[in-house]
Write a protein that binds this ligand. Structure first.
Ligand code: ATR
Length: 299
């Protein structure tokens, strides 16, 4: 049982639904192992109430917040300030208390960046394929451009959505780095050393035997990949990539990662922003195990 006192700082996640969020376990574990007097709770907020919820949270001296589906874009109107990259992405998942209101950040992409760094996968100078064109794909495309990837190919079933993201990225960065393709036209990608980030919902539990592209020739051209899905812990996309021919990023075996570390590090990055500290890799490992236990997931 946590020892909640008059001094305890309160952080929260707002979303709809929030019942299945792993964030309370993530942040309360972090508070425990970092020795911070902080409690983290979920608040269910309806779309119509987002502005009053943010105002109320500020009045209640809520120390920091996470924002999840479906409020990541609409919350922007209720902020006092916003980080420039989060603004260009158009999505915020972390609010930091500031003068007169909250400042919004996007730690989802910081989470992916940290997962890639840990795996020694550099976006800089590399050709990236993003599968999907939802909110996650948009944030990831901006990350790839800000890290100066040499090309960003966005592939989606509905090509217009991929075109919208490519246009927004190119306009924001003043480049023509990003382009869009229908996922059905993947054969037009003829390179052989892509990094691929899978953001569609294809392959999500219980659809274990589905991948957005099934053709092995596609996977032969990819040297490393991340699937932002974490349930199952190994998606069909990851299996196909590992089974494909060719070598990986470092000339060794091909590696494919799931989205669990991205989830871990988006939380850690938020916790670091709120508390102005650095979480060590040993502390991160403890939180990672607690998350996996709570979610009933293996390695
Ligand atoms: P998020 O915000 O998490 O990225 P989303 O906005 O719901 O999620 O986006 C889901 C993505 O999965 C979209 O790119 C969607 O493709 P469409 O834009 O064409 O709908 C993709 N997706 C979902 N089911 C799919 C399927 N059966 N085949 C291919 N892509 C699919």
């Amino acid at each position: 049982m946590r020892n909640i006192k008059g001094t305890t700082k309160v952080c929260a996640i707002i979303g709809n639904p929030v019942e299945h969020s792993i964030s309370p376990v993530l942040h309360n574990t972090l508070a425990d192992i970092c020795g911070i007097d902080l409690a983290y709770v979920p608040f269910l907020v309806e779309a119509d109430n987002i502005e009053s919820a943010i105002k109320g949270a500020y009045s209640l001296n809520i120390f920091g917040m996470n924002v999840t589906v479906p409020h990541k874009s609409s919350v922007i109107n209720a902020l006092a300030d916003i980080d420039p990259l989060a603004k260009s992405i158009g999505a915020v998942n972390t609010l930091v208390r500031a003068e007169g209101g909250y400042k919004g950040y996007n730690t989802d992409i910081l989470g992916l960046k940290r997962e890639l760094d840990e795996a020694d996968i550099s976006l800089f100078g590399n050709e990236i394929i993003i599968l999907g064109a939802g909110g996650a794909a948009r944030a990831i495309a901006f990350l790839c451009a800000s890290e100066k990837a040499s090309r960003i190919h966005i592939l989606n079933r509905t090509v217009e959505k991929a075109q919208n993201i490519a246009f927004a990225v190119n306009e924001h960065f003043g480049t023509d780095t990003a382009d869009a393709l229908s996922i059905a036209d993947y054969k037009r990608l003829t390179g052989n050393s892509y990094i691929c980030i899978q953001t569609t919902s294809v392959g999500l539990y219980p659809h274990l035997d589905e991948a957005p592209v099934e053709d092995m020739d596609f996977y032969d051209r990819i040297k490393a990949g991340v699937d932002i899905i974490y349930n199952p812990t190994e998606t069909k996309f990851m299996k196909l990539l590992k089974a494909s021919s060719g070598t990986g990023f470092d000339g060794g075996a091909k590696k494919a990662y799931n989205g669990l570390k991205m989830l871990l590090y988006q939380g850690i990055s938020a916790f670091e922003l709120w508390n102005n500290l650095s979480v060590s890799s040993e502390q991160a490992a403890v939180v990672y195990e607690a998350m996996k236990r709570e979610m009933g997931l293996g390695d």
